[in-house]
Write a protein that binds this ligand. Structure first.
Ligand code: IMP
Length: 273
């Protein structure tokens, strides 16, 4: 089965391919001719993940999925959260994003120290944080959402050369004393937020792919084909729309249809035109 993954990141594509395993061929955005930035204007990870998957479905009519990830730092009230990629500015600079988190925690700790030195009773600033990933799958006209979390703490300084994003300042509970950038890609993938969400999706797909009617085809990389060829956009009457009346019995599936998608993310799948 071919599924389009809303990513241009070869590492993510490789990770998802390995997790999905045999029987699934992942297609990248470039392979379906999508080169523009996919809009992410939601206020939650779920909303953004759905928005990206829906955008892809509207453009291609193909079975597809998209992920969205955020870092939540408790002492920062859950920030950067949905603004993780752009925390220090629109250029999405990883180093500046990490510096901003370290600086803000440092300021809070400095304030707490000062208050303590004045004899005030203050709570220790927590460096507890977590990555959360939400993966939205649109398959056979249905929407499914899967979630994965990785718990840890924010390091005092950057460490390690591996990984990407905030990896050099995130210490997972599973590897005390090491940041995600200090451990191997395999070690990270085995515990990662995205890995967990993708594995939940893979488990669902392996159980249901035989019974779910899939979108007819994956279009070529010619954008004009994607947007104009009616055979590419799914209008197949056998493709059911997501049925909100059917509750999920699978605990890994956090949403089974438009009506249970969070209110920030309007559930919509069929049909684009
Ligand atoms: P995205 O939704 O996967 O694009 O992730 C949003 C932002 O979260 C990225 O720009 C990265 O800064 C950060 N991020 C996502 N996944 C990871 C990860 O596994 N490690 C570190 N940072 C990540």
């Amino acid at each position: 089965m071919k599924i389009v993954f809303a990513t241009g990141n070869s590492g993510k594509l490789r990770e998802a391919s390995e997790i999905l395993g045999e029987g699934f061929e992942l297609v990248s955005l470039a392979q379906v001719g999508i080169t523009e930035d996919i809009p992410e204007t939601g206020k939650t990870l779920r909303a953004n993940s759905l928005q990206k998957a829906q955008y892809l479905y509207d453009k291609t009519g193909c079975d597809c999925f998209a992920d969205d990830t955020g870092l939540e730092v408790d002492a920062l009230g859950g920030a950067p959260g949905v603004y993780t990629a752009r925390y220090a500015g629109d250029d999405k600079d990883f180093n500046r994003n990490m510096d901003k988190v370290l600086y803000e925690l440092g300021v809070l700790e400095g304030e707490a120290r000062m208050a303590g030195s004045l004899g005030l009773k203050v709570k220790k600033v927590s460096r507890r944080a977590r990555f959360k990933s939400v993966v939205t799958l649109i398959i056979g006209g249905q929407i499914k959402m899967f979630e994965g979390t990785l718990e840890g703490v924010i390091a005092r300084e950057k460490s390690g050369n591996g990984g990407f994003g905030y990896d050099p300042i995130f210490i997972a509970d599973e590897y005390p004393g090491k940041t995600l950038a200090d451990i191997s890609e395999e070690e990270k993938n085995a515990i990662s937020h995205r890995g967990k969400a993708l594995r939940a999706m893979a488990a669902w797909l392996h159980t249901h792919s035989e019974t779910v009617p899939t979108a007819p085809t994956v279009p070529s990389a010619d954008p004009s084909v994607i947007s104009t060829d009616p055979s590419v956009i799914s209008t197949d009457p056998t493709v059911p729309s997501a049925d909100p009346s059917v509750p999920s019995t699978d605990p890994s599936v956090i949403s089974t249809g438009p009506s249970v998608i969070s209110s920030e993310a309007e559930g919509r799948v069929e049909k684009s035109e």
